[in-house]
Design a protein around this ligand. Structure first.
Ligand code: ZN
Length: 136
């Protein structure tokens, strides 16, 4: 975890997330960029805390290799989730053990909306890249 904090500028990413959060109608949410890595192989993952308007977003290492337009699109995708989190929570139990097709369809919907919104959001001032390791 500390190695990731040294390797990536999570503070700059947090500032950028706050900028987009404001523009995406999430001013009443607390959005926290966390140095954890998603446990499912995804580029990024959001965890919304039910009833508290708190969202934690984790980014995989490969996020930091993406071009800035994709970095923006991924973050916008994660910031669409808080708007729809309650819908997903209400719907998912209706599918019982067969919720996977719903979740996949839901993800595609979130991503379609994110792809429409992302170009209207500012790009990061600089792409988020791994920090160079000191020589020696
Ligand atoms: Zn998603």
């Amino acid at each position: 975890m500390d190695d990731r904090k040294r390797r990536y500028d999570f503070k700059a990413l947090q500032i950028y997330a706050c900028r987009l959060q404001d523009r995406m109608g999430l001013r009443d949410w607390v959005v926290c960029v966390v140095p954890d890595e998603p446990d499912d192989g995804s580029t990024a993952r959001v965890l919304c805390v039910y009833g508290q308007r708190v969202a934690f977003i984790a980014f995989a290492d490969h996020y930091f290799d993406l071009p800035p337009e994709r970095q923006r699109a991924v973050l916008v995708h994660e910031l669409v989730h808080p708007h729809l989190d309650v819908c997903a929570r209400l719907a998912l139990p209706k599918f019982g053990d067969d919720g996977e097709p719903f979740l996949l369809t839901f993800e595609h919907g979130v991503d379609a909306v994110a792809q429409v919104i992302a170009p209207f959001m500012p790009l990061p001032a600089r792409p988020f890249r791994p920090r160079r390791r000191p020589r020696g």
